[in-house]
Design a protein around this ligand. Structure first.
Ligand SMILES: *[C@@H]1O[C@H](CO)[C@@H](O)[C@H](O)[C@H]1NC(C)=O
Ligand SMILES: *[C@@H]1O[C@H](CO)[C@@H](O)[C@H](O)[C@H]1NC(C)=O
Ligand SMILES: *[C@@H]1O[C@H](CO)[C@@H](O)[C@H](O)[C@H]1NC(C)=O
Ligand SMILES: [Zn+2]
Length: 978
């Protein structure tokens, strides 16, 4: 899966300094007249009517008995399926063992589903699953949720006598807590023998974006609905009874019942379409039997969407699907998808095993995308791209997500973690491989450099908190499983895999991976299996000493949380250095109860001013997890710098003695290109974070930035601005903000002047990125030239939405809303959604928050958290958002239901800039009031508390120091006018 959070981040741009969004427009807008606003009202009225129909007037469909299953008549109202609780995020959940018994294992499923999309939303279902008995048992247990089984149809018979009377079933029972259905049998099943369990059941198409769900895709005289699935991690059980654990692989033969005029797709190609007897207008689509796979990868979509195909790969038919009106926007995905698929086949040296690969853009989708085997589902912004309207970052987002999901076809789909504890293997690998895939497809984008700020630095910022967690973590309950789809699994996973790629060397790494995937295909694995394959490859290639194994090294990175800072202290003549390791914590809590001794196996690579080599990333020395300290000799004299962690391939920070820092600062000023661009970003990120943690002085840290006026590369700038965003955030409500602003503008103006205001599609990709950064910062800091330009451009040509909305009033806001409603391009809609959070009118913000969490307001459920974040980012909206969150917690939790990733994001957005004791007290009270009810947001609340505590300490320790530095360096808001 790809989370949606990076998308939110992309929208947030500089975390705090998001003030403008850019888009391109072909043509001008007419002036905003009353007629336009009336038109807007008309649209809203239609929307409201559409929804009333959707909810209160289900069409009654008179139909026969489609599956020969239901002796009960078809329900004529929205089905009441009270079976398993929906487990709203606000419910208390004790820890229970939620794993299925291992006494039987599934081999093959036949699944027939007829979802009444245009009817009452029930799903008429039939499932047949062949199992093999592994241990003697007299019951069969599988998962169901929100499903009613037709008990009288349930049958268990030996595979060789399926027509016979079957085994007697004494009792059917539901274990709602564990989401189990249990058939208690009259006799014991024979070990080694195969049986078929079959049953009719009824489920329903929910509107919560998980399981098998249905949403409106288009409103108009006749509403258009789509039914699609999102099963990962634990929601296949909402569509049909199944053994819903990743370790229980089986083959699937799917039948989908649909009306003529719609089409259906699933993991495998369609084999035939058969009219449903007794139901004119209905068809069974019958799909080929799949390869062995996990339930969470099964997928179905029924829609009236259009598609395009490509045969660029000679044995895989590649198709892209989207709303008819948006299908043109799938062109980029259609070109880049097969190219990357072919690249991965070569990289892993394992051919893609299915005959086709579909990708579909779903209008309402909770994650970013989902790697269902042969049928990848995306939210629209992650697959659709319109070169005339969308920004460079939207294009990158598309290819990155496409590459990520395609990488999963091997990592996750072909070889699958035995249990969710190893989720990080899936997500870490896909998150690393996505860079290789995009680098292949778009070589000029410097993806391997972009990795560093986007993943490595990004996760460093979370993994330095005490509330972090190890990447490999025991999980049980679905809420716990949902919670680990976080930046630690994705970005830390990717970062330590990148480290491994460099310490093993590329050739060894690839060889080990390829063997692992080939030997274990269609099976399950744990991290230790991968370590074994990589160790074997490393010994063959002599890339690791034979007394070190990959497991020994990697266990220290996956089983412990956090990461080290390496302190390099050179001798008085400079020729040797003492190196120590210590866990890097942003704030050391003196009352911490954590007594674990954090030490890692650290690959030490370094280079020197006298013989600079920024290409060799293989470590010169290993620092063992038993070593507190070691000595490195043969370094140059004391007036020449040394730099550790070449290309920042190691997952650690580096601190130096003051002399070495000064040598590096001098080198940056004299000739910064002598230091590798990634190491320039590393130095900036390390020094500013070390300063934040009180381990170097802000004098040193801010001196590093002095060279930036000459920096033209994107990645160091991105890193610098991300870090300066923290200072900006902390100062924004303080009296010293004016001084900080003049410092930041002083750094930024050369960049601003170099990028210009005209967004040009033909500019190099990263130049377009730089422009967005520079302009959004300059406008946010109130740079007059930027603000003037934005306002004059707002409703004409190239668009600078946020500033336009911020400087305007209700009329401008309504104008943006109208553009939002009418736009056919999801990325454009997303930008407008963020921009509408920029208004300074409190009542409009308040109305906007209400709309975000109200069905039918025009804001999709998938986008509610983005609206919330946009309001929370706004200085005017900050408290409003926080008050809303506290006041309306129940409403928000109910709106999302369980397992929705967005709630954690909302908490983070609301509390991001908290840095006062009052705010901390409010946050603690919030936690206390909702103890045990926070569900998937539990960790987000703890992280928010820790972040706030850290910010308070940071203000106490550094505010005055930085004010003094600003004064000493001539940045006083009174002296300078801009
Ligand atoms: C089902 O059988 C297994 C082993 O045969 C047993 O451990 C388990 O308690 C049984 N469950 C129920 C609900 O009877
Ligand atoms: C089937 O059995 C379960 C468990 O006893 C019960 O809750 C459910 O209502 C039954 N289903 C039907 C359709 O009667
Ligand atoms: C692929 O698209 C082309 C042109 O749109 C069409 O003629 C062809 O039948 C399609 N092939 C398949 C296998 O869908
Ligand atoms: Zn993923």
């Amino acid at each position: 899966m790809t989370g949606s959070s990076r998308e939110t981040l992309a929208m947030e741009m500089n975390q705090s300094a998001a003030s403008v969004s850019f888009g391109k427009r072909n043509g001008c807008y007419v002036n905003r007249s009353v007629a336009v606003i009336l038109g807007l009202l008309f649209v809203s009225a239609t929307v409201a009517t559409g929804l009333l129909v959707y909810y209160y007037a289900p069409q009654v469909r008179e139909a026969g008995d489609p599956l020969n299953l239901a002796r009960t008549s078809l329900a004529t109202e929205r089905p009441m399926v009270p079976t398993t609780p929906m487990t709203p995020a606000s419910e208390v959940k004790p820890k229970i063992d939620v794993r299925l018994p291992r006494s039987v294992k599934p081999l093959h499923y036949k699944v027939k589903l007829q979802p009444l999309i245009n009817g009452n939303f029930s799903i008429l279902g039939y499932v047949e699953v062949e199992v093999e008995v592994l241990e003697a048992t007299s019951n069969v247990t599988l998962h169901i949720a929100d499903i009613v089984t037709k008990n009288e149809t349930i049958k268990l018979a030996p595979s060789d006598q399926v027509q016979g009377p079957g085994i007697g079933i004494n009792k059917h029972s539901y274990d709602n807590e564990r989401q189990f259905y249990v058939a208690e049998l009259g006799e014991e099943l024979e070990v080694g023998k195969k049986y078929v369990l079959s049953m009719d059941f009824e489920g329903y198409l929910n509107d919560q974006l998980h399981g098998f769900y249905s949403r409106l895709t288009r409103r108009g005289r006749s509403d258009r609905l789509i039914a699609s699935t999102q099963f990962q991690p634990t929601d296949a059980r909402r569509a049909f009874p199944c053994f819903d654990e990743p370790g229980m692989k089986a083959t699937f033969e799917v039948y989908l019942g649909r009306e003529e005029g719609m089409s259906s797709i699933s993991n495998m190609p369609k084999f035939e379409s058969i009219p449903i007897e007794g139901q004119p207008g209905w068809v069974w689509d019958h799909f080929n039997t799949s390869v062995p796979m996990s339930t969470y990868l099964v997928a179905f979509v029924i829609s009236d969407f259009s598609h395009m195909n490509s045969t660029a790969n000679d044995h895989v038919l590649f198709r892209v699907w989207a709303r008819k009106a948006a299908i043109e926007q799938a062109n980029y995905a259609l070109t880049t998808g097969p190219d990357i698929l072919t690249f991965f086949e070569g990289y892993f040296n394992v051919p893609f095993p299915l005959p086709k690969q579909d990708m579909i853009a779903i209008p309402d989708f909770s994650a970013g995308a989902m790697e269902n085997w042969g049928l990848i589902t995306y939210r629209e912004t992650a697959m659709l791209y319109d070169p005339a309207v969308s920004a460079a970052s939207n294009k990158q987002r598309v290819v990155v997500v496409v590459a990520h999901e395609l990488a999963h076809q091997w990592f996750g789909n072909l070889v699958t973690p035995e249990w969710w504890t190893d989720l990080w293997l899936n997500e870490g690998f896909a998150s690393f491989m996505e860079y290789l895939g995009v680098d292949h497809s778009e070589p000029s984008w410097k993806m391997m450099e972009q990795f560093v700020p986007d993943d490595l630095h990004d996760v460093f910022a979370i993994d330095c908190l005490e509330s972090s967690h190890p990447i490999s973590i025991p999980v049980g309950h679905p809420d716990e499983i949902n919670e680990i789809f976080d930046r630690i699994s994705y970005a830390k996973g990717a970062s330590i895999i990148r480290m491994m790629n460099h310490f093993l060397t590329e050739a060894t790494f690839r060889k080990g991976l390829s063997n692992y995937l080939t030997d274990l295909k269609y099976q399950n694995a744990e991290q230790d299996d991968l370590w074994q394959y990589l160790t074997t490859a490393a010994y063959e290639d002599n890339t690791l000493p034979t007394d070190i194994s990959v497991k020994k090294i990697m266990d220290t990175w996956t089983l412990q949380m956090g990461y080290p800072v390496i302190k390099v202290t050179r001798s008085s003549d400079g020729t040797s250095a003492t190196v120590t390791q210590e866990r890097f914590l942003l704030v050391k809590n003196p009352n911490s109860t954590d007594t674990h001794d954090y030490k890692w196996w650290v690959p030490l690579s370094y280079t020197t001013e006298t013989s600079p080599d920024f290409e060799t990333t293989k470590p010169q020395r290993w620092m063992m997890d038993t070593e507190q300290q070691l000595t490195i000799s043969s370094l140059p004299a004391k007036d020449k710098w040394v730099i550790f962690n070449v290309q920042e391939t190691g997952y650690y920070r580096v601190n130096y003695d003051a002399e070495n820092w000064n040598l590096i600062i001098q080198q940056l000023k004299d000739q910064h290109e002598s230091i590798h661009v990634i190491n320039r970003a590393q130095i900036i990120d390390d020094v500013l974070n070390l300063a934040r943690a009180g381990q170097v002085s802000y004098d040193t840290a801010l001196s590093v930035n002095a060279y930036l006026g000459k920096e033209v590369e994107y990645v160091p700038w991105d890193t610098a601005l991300n870090n300066l965003g923290y200072l900006e955030n902390m100062f924004t409500r303080s009296s010293g903000y004016g001084d900080l602003k003049s410092y930041l503008l002083d750094i930024l103006i050369p960049l601003y002047n170099s990028v210009g205001f005209e967004d040009n599609l033909n500019d190099p990709h990263l130049d377009q990125y730089k422009r967005v950064k520079a302009l959004s910062w300059a406008c946010n800091l109130g740079y007059q030239d930027c603000v003037d330009n934005s306002q004059s451009l707002f409703n004409t040509w190239s668009t600078v939405y946020c500033t336009g909305v911020a400087e305007g009033g209700e009329e401008e806001w309504n104008f943006a809303w109208e553009q939002y409603i009418n736009s056919n391009v999801a990325t454009e809609k997303a930008k407008l959604l963020s921009a509408m959070g920029c208004t300074k009118e409190v009542w409009i913000l308040s109305r906007y928050l209400d709309m975000a969490f109200t069905e039918g307001s025009g804001i999709r459920k998938q986008d509610a958290s983005q609206v919330f974040a946009a309001v929370a980012r706004n200085d005017v909206g900050r408290y409003l958002a926080w008050n809303y969150l506290r006041d309306q917690w129940q409403k928000i939790a109910d709106y999302y239901g369980s397992g929705f990733f967005a709630i954690a994001r909302i908490i983070k957005a609301a509390t991001r800039a908290f840095n006062t004791k009052l705010e901390l007290a409010e946050l603690e009270l919030f936690k206390q009031q909702h103890e045990g009810q926070l569900g998937t947001a539990t960790r987000a609340v703890d992280q928010a508390i820790e972040r706030t505590e850290n910010n308070i300490k940071w203000m106490d320790n550094n505010y005055d120091v930085i004010m003094q530095w600003l004064a000493d360096n001539g940045y006083s808001s009174k002296l300078k006018s801009l």
